[in-house]
Each structure stands twice: as C-alpha cells, then as structure tokens.
Design a protein. Sequence first.
Length: 429
Amino acid sequence: MRRRLSLLAGVAALGLTLAACGGGGDTPSDNANPSDATGKVGVFTWWADGSEKAGLDALVGVFNKDFPNLTFDNLAVAGGAGSQAKSVLAAQLKAGNPPDSFQAHAGAELQDYIDADQLEDLSGFYKDNDLTSQFPKDLIDRLTVDGKIYSVPSNIHRANVVWANVDVLKKAGVDPEKPATDLAGWFADMDKVKASGKIPLAVAGSWTQVQLFENILLSSLGSDGYNGLWDGKTDWKSAEVTTAIQAYEKALSYTNTDRDSLSDWAPATQLVEDGAAAYNVMGDWAEAKFEQDKKKSGVDYTYFATPGTAGVFDFLADSFTLPKGAPNPAGSKAWLKTISSAEGQTAFNKVKGSIPANTTAKTDDFSEYQKSAIKDFSQDKIVSSLAHGAAVPVAWLNDLSTAVSKFGGDKNVDSLQTSAAAIAAKFAK
Ligand code: GAL
C-alpha cells in the first residue's frame, strides 16, 4: 500500500514519530562531507525572477559565506508553482541527469520522487546536524516515509490569503478592515467593486485558477470536507461539491477576462497593486512582492484569510533534496546545511514572504503579515494545498488542472464535477 502520509486528514493524526527515524544507511552520499566540498553545486528551482529570485539570492548569499570553496550554479526554470520546471526536472531525472539538489513540495509531490527511488535518505544528515528538533513535527512527518526523511524544508507558505487594494475597496464602499466572513458576503462586496468600475477579482492562467478553485473548495466544504476530497472521504459527486463548483463559477465571473493570457501570478497581483483590481487570491509569496515594491500594508494593501477559511492554514512548504546520482553530493549537503540553518532560513524567508520552517530562526524584523502567519500556523487547522504539491501527486494535479482550465471556457459544472470525480477515482489509493 502506498504510504502517502501527507494525505491523512489533520496534521495531528499523522503517526510517525521522529524516534523511528534511523541514523541513515550506507548510501554513497553518506560519506560526503560538506566541509570538504569544492566545485559547483547545481540547484534546480522555479524561483527565476522577481521577489522569488530575490529570496533565492538571499539564501545564496548565506551559502557563499558558509562555503566559500563552492560555486552556486543556478539551474532555475521560470514559471510559478513549477508549472514549467517540474516537467523539465522529470525529464532530467529520467535521463539520469539529476542536479545536485532540487526544489520539491513537502507532501504528495515529494512522495512521487520517493516512490520513483530518485532521492537519497537524509536521516543521517538530520542526525549529524541535530535537525529533527528544529522543525515542526507536522512538517517532518510530511517529509518522512518509513522512518526516513528525504528533504530539508526551506519555508512554510500559506495558500488561502486574499490580497486587497485598500483604496479600491474604500472607493467601492467596502470597509477594508472588515473583510467578509463567507463567500456570499464576499460576492456581495465584489458586486460593489464591479459597480465602481474596477475588476473585483484578479487571477492569471491555469495554476492560479487551480489555486482559486482550491480556495473556494476549502471555503465551501470546510477543512474536513476539503481534506476528504484527497483521501476519498468526500464524494466528488455529492451535492456539496456541486455547490462548491457553482461558487467557483460565480467567483470566475468576477475575474479579469484576459486571465488566460496573464503569464503568471505576479501580473495578477500587480493588478491589485496598481489599483485596477480589488482582490487577488494568492499564496503569501505575494507579500514578498508588495514588500519588494515598497507598498505599505494597511495603507496600500491589506490581506485576510479567504472568506470562509479563517482558522484554517492552507499549507505548503518548499523543500530541497539530495537526488540519487547527484554529481556533487558533498556540495549538495553543503547547500542543505545552509538551508537548514537558522541564519539561512531568516535570510531567505524574510525576502520570500513565507515563514521559517526552522523554529530557531530569528523573525524579529519580519513583516507584520509574516508575524501573523507565524501565529496562525501555530494555532490554525492545517490543510494541504492542492495547487502546490502538498495534497495530491503531480499526475493527479495535472489532470485536475486540465479540467479546471477547461471549465474556465465552457463553465460546465456537471462536466467539471464528473471529470474531477473520475480523476480522483483514477488516482486515489
Ligand atoms: C509555489 C512555491 C512557492 C512560490 C510559488 C509561486 O509552488 O512553493 O515558493 O514559488 O509556487 O511560484
């Protein structure tokens, strides 16, 4: 039976304990020592531009200081959410040409690589660096299979956040400090924005629409109903799901008509930043963009949990791997060492909009939003993001993304529901 731990509903339900983690086996990389490492370290991500590249650059700054004998080789492939990168990476791995380390989402996406036997076990690395106690247990559980840990998390992002333009809301007669608490109230606010002549809801191409769909499912079905979509407990053919898809159709009716031609998340967030649109549902990498563009929270923009999802943290985490057959395993471990360190996590996350995965990292000078996310993560219900590799394997996400994109054109509720049910039946184990 496949051990897709990430799909278990509710983090508290996850059963593996760190005590079960072995001290590493006899893999070729076990003897690779980061302090002896020289040469190039090729790191594959999709953080190719804007605030995402700025985050990577901050991490590389710490890496260069930690390991002056190593040269960072940036193998980034552009396209938010790994929309281009993941297939490029899959081809490289298939051809036996892995990078020294690659970005993978904690949860089901990481499980894909583990199942394909493409990753080295990093349990020994965790032990050598005394890491297990420095990361939240729920996160370690999502990186662990059969007591082995396969990657090092760099951050924790939240996917259920609405970013809003304060001025646009005020001019439409919507109080920016009193966001709606459910979808009906939010749609009523969007009607006011529409009447004021602005775009109510900004969205971009395929994966950002999937993330919007995910948010509406979460709001409409609640956290248990949403979790059940991925572990078979919620029937995709149920009346509740029909209602959720109808709500998604309504949400789409408020969006910019050129959505499919916007290349990535940043142009959609930009519409809010520029005052052309009121709202954008986006992961908190958007916070990094507002900060980078010197926008002031509470004045230029504001944020709140997607209406109907307060108290739920729609979670995703980027993590980094040591692929089997990596050209420079000692260099990979050096990179992983910097990522795991408190200093590396502070430098990276401050610029990336996310919160550190390493709980010993300093966050005193983080933004007000980030401080609120740290608090929410510690007390909210955690669910796994669909669009960002936490909830389902890549193949499931790809098929569902095709169905969601098609819905953007035909708005056929029945067809999306039937396809989503068939996809779930195909992949659910
Ligand atoms: C996510 C990733 C984030 C951010 C976002 C947009 O999948 O985890 O770190 O990069 O995509 O590209």
